[in-house]
Design a protein. Structure first.
Length: 226
């Protein structure tokens, strides 16, 4: 089965949400959208905003957007690789754990030391960690067995905005990035290719790069040409 992969560049959060919804509505194929966002804080329906948002988003030039995914408050911004898989999934926990492993493998490829799909202190939190530092977050939504939302890997992004929230509702979490772990920047262009390859591999899909024209057809619900 094919996985149609498209790099969208830097996309405002609500626009990316609309793209996901259109692919979900017309979903004949499996997709992985890769992109960056301008500064934005997002939260699931059960997030405690009074406790977990420490600043007014407007004061730091960010949006605050309520969405359907699981999880609490998180931050997205330039230099962070965000992935939105729109896929048919039977077992949600197997899906999440497979996604974690794909991220771990891509980080190993990049040279990040000892990434793992749980925190360094042994607690079984969803996401990817290196030692006690969190480097990737996962939050998904599934309806009619099709997923939206997905993962965010801190690659070359500024980590300061994570101080303005309680990331994922974990008050003692320390965030890190590929840049911080390796001591050099400029990783995003290569890492997104590694991530797409490892994601497709983990889910036993054949990666197919999606052209802008094909994406437009998919958004419109039109069948792809033979």
């Amino acid at each position: 089965m094919s996985l149609h992969v498209r790099w969208l560049g830097r996309v405002p959060y609500r626009e990316a949400l609309a793209v996901q919804q259109a692919l979900f509505d017309h979903g004949r194929e499996q997709h992985l959208l890769l992109l960056e966002h301008p500064h934005v804080f997002t939260h699931g329906p059960r997030a405690d905003l009074d406790l977990n948002v420490r600043v007014s988003p407007e004061s730091v030039g960010a949006e605050l957007v309520r969405i359907k995914r699981g999880g609490d408050v998180t931050y997205h911004g330039p230099g962070q690789l965000v992935g939105y898989p729109i896929m048919r999934v039977a077992d949600l926990m197997v899906y999440v754990r497979t996604m974690e492993q794909a991220i771990v493998t891509a980080l190993v490829d990049e040279g990040v030391p000892d990434p793992r799909g749980r925190s360094g202190d042994g607690r079984d939190f969803i996401g990817v960690w290196t030692a006690e530092r969190k480097i990737a977050s996962i939050g998904v939504h599934r309806s009619r067995e099709v997923t939206t939302h997905g993962f965010a890997v801190n690659v070359d992004n500024d980590l300061q905005p994570f101080e303005w929230v309680v990331p994922c509702g974990l008050p003692d979490v320390r965030m890190t990035s590929v840049t911080r772990e390796l001591g050099t920047g400029g990783h995003l262009p290569c890492f997104r290719k590694r991530m797409a390859f490892r994601f497709a591999e983990a889910f036993e899909r054949r990666q197919r790069l999606m052209s802008a024209a094909r994406l437009e057809r998919a958004l419109a619900g039109a069948p792809a040409p033979a």
